[in-house]
Ligand binder design. Sequence first.
Ligand code: TSB
Ligand code: ZN
Length: 652
Amino acid sequence: MDAIQITLPDGASREMPRGTTAAQVAAQISPRLAKEALVARVDGGLIDLSQPLDRDVKLSILTAKDPEAVQVFRHSAAHLLAAAVLELYPNVKLGIGPPIENGFFYEFVREAPFTPEDLEKIEAKMHELASRDIPNERKLIPKAEALELYRKSNQEFKCELVEEKAEEPMVSFYTTGKFVDFCRGPHIPSTGRIKAFKLMNVAGAYWKGDEKNQQMQRIYGACFVEQKQLDEYLRRLEEAKRRDHRRVGKELELFAVSDLVGAGLPLWLPKGATVRRQLEEYILEREREAGYQHVYTPDLAKVDLYKRSGHWEHYHEDMFPPMELEHEELVLRPMNCPHHILIYKSKRHSYRELPVRLAELGTMYRYERSGVLSGLSRVRCMTLNDAHIFCTPDQIKEEFSGVMRLVERAYRDLGITQYSYRLSLRDPANTEKYVAGDEMWALAERVLREALDSLGLPYKEAPGEAAFYGPKLDIQLSDVMGHEETYSTIQIDFHLPNQFDLSYIGADGREHRPVMIHRGVISTMERMTSYLIELYGGAFPTWLAPVQAVILPITERQNEYAATVRQEVFSAGIRVELDDRNEKLQAKIRDAQLQKIPYMLVVGGKEAEAGTVSVRHRSRGDLGPKPMAQFLADLRQEVDSRALDTPASAAK
Ligand code: TSB
Ligand code: ZN
């Protein structure tokens, strides 16, 4: 027999006839594996289960437990989508159709937009094609033939892909019934197992992501191997939508956007402004404790300042264009560092004064592209909890640890428990984005790594994510949709001190160059507020809540007593409202609950007589009557200790 050796992941080796397929191997191992198999891995690459094996190989049979196999499954689902669309709308032109996180998409050009009803029809067609269990078959055809095939069917985008991608004379195609796609594969054997999917939406996209190209419609689908995974995903998505800060921000009147003001320029409404004010006061207090000095500096400066700093050369694309007046060019600042540097430089410094820690809730402006703007989390005008530490090289490590302590303390007080560390490094090849100086970069990177290692912090590395002037440690949080962003950041900078010729007088009486640490502890007020809104689903811990208590008189007869209660609570420094509308108590409670106000103080005839309030908490429910003094003392304690409701219960 012409045999080959097939080695399985457990090390066992089998002799099989040449031409055996992975599917046959799976069947030999167990009927269950044969049923669950999706694709195979040979010597590192993925292949179809039906592809004959013609040499000795290491083979693994992959099932839904393997994330790569699930992506293959999703890719096959994308083909199924295209097949269904072509059956229903034979004249559409095809773009690309890859798997993505949690699903897939396929791109089409069609004059009429796909409507929700179209999506329903397409989904039904996909189910129909799936139930026919049509095989996905791989074919190799000559490139010229492939081009001819696509030319005949007017698939110009596919022609372009074949032209560009196919280096070999033969190109691989996959057919699913009548549907034929130029595709490297691999795919799952047939359509029958694709059941757990849902078409989610249609979005515009340019061919190859280039706005000069033709606009296409992308149909997105969610897709899993098992129905219960899809159900769970859709449930999580619903929950995420419910907590989406853009939605909650509107419902709870925290912030608004206006077309007339412009994209990425949110307006803080009174309630949102109150939350922000709490955050600001909180972090300023922590910084005062930690030896920071607070400054105020203007939001704009001459372009020359940014030419000197290097922003003009390396950060230009992210800045608003300059404005000219009286023969000067001014520009909105994209960062606060240069202003702080000039404050440092406004006097001479001795080594004894170092570290100098200059902090500011600094407002800055960045030209974020309209496509990436999102609510409060990515904006064009933002106020950063910023500081620049000027220190000696010996002090870097201790300063770094000091910032880490601030971050940990702030996260604890804000209830943030899930985060990861990212060491953001430059991409040495990208000279446009990063300042030159291999030695300087290597040193800054080494200092950062040492600081991280001495604190024992686990981190992942991200080349190409450094600031233009130096590497940084970023702290990453994910929003409800699982999208990760940088919040806290600590950056080591040897570049700007040079550019501005900064110095301090050392113990030797000579001038030395200080090092700069740029750091943001709670990020921008915008981004942090967006995170907290989602973390708490709008039910902020009492110390942050815009309204901490609301007085609810049962009938108009208690309005007077209610007003004195309100006054007393207000005098105790609590943010309080009085709901004396002529409404039923139930309606008032419902509204307060929707507003996620932590405490509702119900006052009826009994309470008025006894000088008490009946306390109701938004998540703990009815807490019974309490004398005013006791309620206020408890509440003060809760606010001062910044007690946290657990997010899960708070969000109910
Ligand atoms: C820390 N010069 C430093 C500063 O001294 C600096 O500006 N660093 S930064 O560019 O990384 O920005 C600081 C933080 O601002 C980021 O870590 C991020 O949390 C936040 N941020 C950046 N861009 C935006 C944006 N478009 N919208 C909201 N927040 C943003
Ligand atoms: Zn800075």
